[in-house]
Structure formats: C-alpha cells, structure tokens
Design a binder for this molecule. Structure first.
Ligand code: PLP
Length: 385
C-alpha cells in the first residue's frame, strides 16, 4: 500500500540529538532552539519567532496575547483543523465561521466584513494547503475595524503572498512542525510575533507567566510571576531534530514542488474533461507543495474514487469535517450564513499521497487515478502547463 504520508528525515536528526544530549542542556531555549528561532526570523522577517511544542500551543498563546475573553467573537473559516477554533473557545470566545472561496478553499475575504459585530476581536485566516489567503483585503478590513489578525500558517512554511512570506503579514502567526507538515519534529510549532509591541508579553506567556527569558538575557536580575502563562516550550531534543529539517528546508521544498508539479501536469487532461478539478494557485501566491488535493464532482464520485485507489494500493484521504457541523462547533460557534461552498467542497475533496520518496511510485499512483476514468483523455495530451 502506498501510504498517504510518510515523514521525511534528512539523516542528520539523530546526530543533532546526540549533540544536544552531550551538551547536557535538555530543557527549552538551548543552542538548538536558538538556531531554529533565528532561522525562522531570517526566513520570515518576524520580529520574534518563539518555538512551541505545537501549532495548537502557538494558537493558544496568540489567544492569550490578543486578550481574547468570554463573549468575544473570532472570525475564521469552518473548513479548518479544530485547533484554529479550540484555542479561542478555551478563552470563552465564540468562533464565527465564514464561508470559503471555491478556488483556494481559503476564507472568502469578501464575506468577512458582514460577520463583524461590536464583539469581534480577531480574524484568523487559515492558509489551506499552504496557499495564501487574500491578506491585503483581510489586513485592510482588520485595520478599519481595529481587529488583530492571527494567521494560522500551520501548513504554510516557505509559501509567499505577493512576495511576502506567509506568517509575516498578520500581527501574529502560528506554524506547525507536526509530522504531517513540510518541516517536522514529530510534534512542534512556533509563534511568529510580527508586532514588536507584543514580543515581551509573548515571551512571558510562553515561560509560565514569568520574565525568565529576560532574566537569561541578563536584562533583569531575578525572575518572577508577571502575567498569565503556561509552559509552551519544546525541549532541546525536539529542536535538535527540527534543526536538521530547517538546514534541509530548501531541498525539502524543491522535492515536494517536483511531486506537486508532476501531479498537476499528469492530471490536466482529467480536468479538461471535467472529471476532477486540480488545486488552484493564484498568481499572487508562491506555494510550498504542502498538499495536492483534487475535487470530484460529488460525494458519490469521491467515495468511488477513494475506494478505487485503495483497491489499487493507493491511500488517498478526504479532509476536514467542517467545524460548524461538528458537535463542538455547533455548541461553541456560530455560522455567518449558510456556508454553501464549505458544505459542498468538504464532500468532494480528496488529498493524494505527497511525501519525499514518492517519486518512484508516482507512475503507479497516476496510472491508478487515470484508470478510474477509462473514457478520459490520453495522458500524452500536450499543451497543458
Ligand atoms: C496541523 C494544523 C494545526 C495544528 O498543528 P499541531 O502542530 O498539530 O498543533 C492547526 N491548524 C491547521 C490549519 C493545521 O493544518
């Protein structure tokens, strides 16, 4: 069976873990954590990159930093991972689910303003599949209404929107290094603080509500409890692993892009015959090949497609159950309108295997897909991009 995902390891992870072990510094914020933070700051331009033990943790930190409290409303898509909403529900806020765009499956920026009420505090755009949301429009709406923007950039490391790295545009952004993402450390994440005024408090929230980070830099002579906080740091063994991935980030990106391009080229004839729709990458975006997903005409066709691939030894999977339709989403959230695009696309989307090492199985995967459309156009069809 060709799996949907297989974590890629560069070969240097264990060596760096051995080095962290030899350093004798196993708690957070040692030499490897510093290297990883500096790399993120260089690659994104963030004022401060704080490593966390997950993207979920980074989202929770963002909710604390934004002073989200009971009764507040936070605008987000329904087509996302649960942590996007949970982080704010934990603070007593109400997620307000807005519909997505049919092309990118990102939040429909033209529907955001209508969802704003006097209780709205934040907008959380999610860059689905590492493709950028319409950030110019979202930032302008946020500025007009005095809202904070928190990018859920869990899937978006090394993607760009209009020449800017995703994660560098909102006031805050959250990254994931979960083993299913492009750069991995098993579990892991980071909070990017782009608004310099939020840096000091972000460090305090991450260090159990203390000013321990300033203490270690020699800026204060003792550290004490200053504010709300929790323990959001990863240990050095995790960041040693992550450092191997960051060093190889450009090769990882190129390898994923090559696989993405191969799907995109091979599936063009099926799209022309209306058998499936390929992902859309707007001209304003440079992607990171986090995911290759296709849309089938309807739920029955999708079920047939996933089953047909499974019979040929290929594991393809669907994605989110929209949060507004989940038991907790109904209990804690509110929908802005009927969310017709979300309802429709969630039933039709399939993610294809995409992992480094898949190249040698790629012919088999593409053959399996095309065999499901026997009357489709031949794959040798020229003239597609
Ligand atoms: C993966 C993911 C998360 C959660 O990341 P963790 O590091 O597993 O906490 C949050 N949001 C989105 C959109 C994701 O894809």
């Amino acid at each position: 069976m060709i799996p949907f995902n297989k974590p890629y390891m560069t070969g240097k992870e264990l060596g760096y873990i051995a080095q962290a072990h030899a350093n004798g510094h196993l708690a957070g914020d040692g030499a490897f954590t510093r290297r990883c933070s500096q790399w993120l700051e260089q690659r994104t331009g963030a004022a401060c990159a704080l490593l966390t033990h997950s993207c979920t943790a980074a989202l929770e930190m963002a909710a604390l930093l934004a002073d989200i409290g009971p009764g507040d409303e936070v605008i987000m898509p329904s087509y996302t991972f649960v942590s996007t909403a949970n982080a704010f529900v934990l603070r007593g806020a109400t997620p307000v689910f807005v519909d997505i765009r049919a092309d990118t499956l990102n939040i429909d920026e033209t529907l955001i303003e209508a969802a704003i009420t006097p209780r709205t505090r934040a907008i959380v755009p999610v860059h689905y599949a590492g493709v950028g949301c319409e950030m110019d429009v979202i930032m302008a709406v946020a500025q007009r209404h005095g809202l904070i923007v928190i990018e859920d950039a869990a899937q978006a490391i090394l993607s760009y929107y209009k020449g800017l790295p995703l994660g560098s545009i909102g006031h805050l952004a959250c990254l994931s290094f979960h083993e299913t993402k492009n750069l991995i450390s098993g579990e892991g994440g980071a909070l990017l603080v782009n608004d310099p005024q939020l840096v000091e408090r972000a460090e305090i929230i991450r260090e159990k509500g203390t000013n321990r980070s300033a203490f270690f830099r020699g800026q204060v002579d003792k550290y004490t409890w200053q504010d709300l906080g929790s323990s959001y740091l990863p240990g050095e063994l995790i960041t040693a692993f992550l450092w191997a991935q960051m060093e190889a980030a450009d090769e990882i990106l190129q390898a994923r892009l090559a696989l993405w391009d191969r799907y995109h080229h091979a599936l063009a004839p099926l799209e022309r015959n209306f058998r499936l729709r390929r992902p859309c990458l707007p001209a304003s975006c440079r992607g990171n090949a986090h995911m290759y997903h296709v849309l089938l005409p309807d739920l029955a066709e999708r079920t047939r497609f996933i089953e047909g691939l499974k019979q040929q030894g290929v594991n393809a999977v669907f994605h989110y159950v929209p949060l507004h339709s989940s038991p907790a989403g109904r209990r804690f959230g509110r929908e802005q309108g009927e969310l017709p695009v979300t309802r429709d696309l969630a039933e039709r989307l399939v993610r294809l295997p995409l992992w480094i090492g898949l190249d040698e199985h790629m012919d088999k995967v593409i053959e399996a897909i095309t065999s499901l459309f026997p009357d489709g156009a031949p794959l040798t069809d020229a003239g597609d991009e």
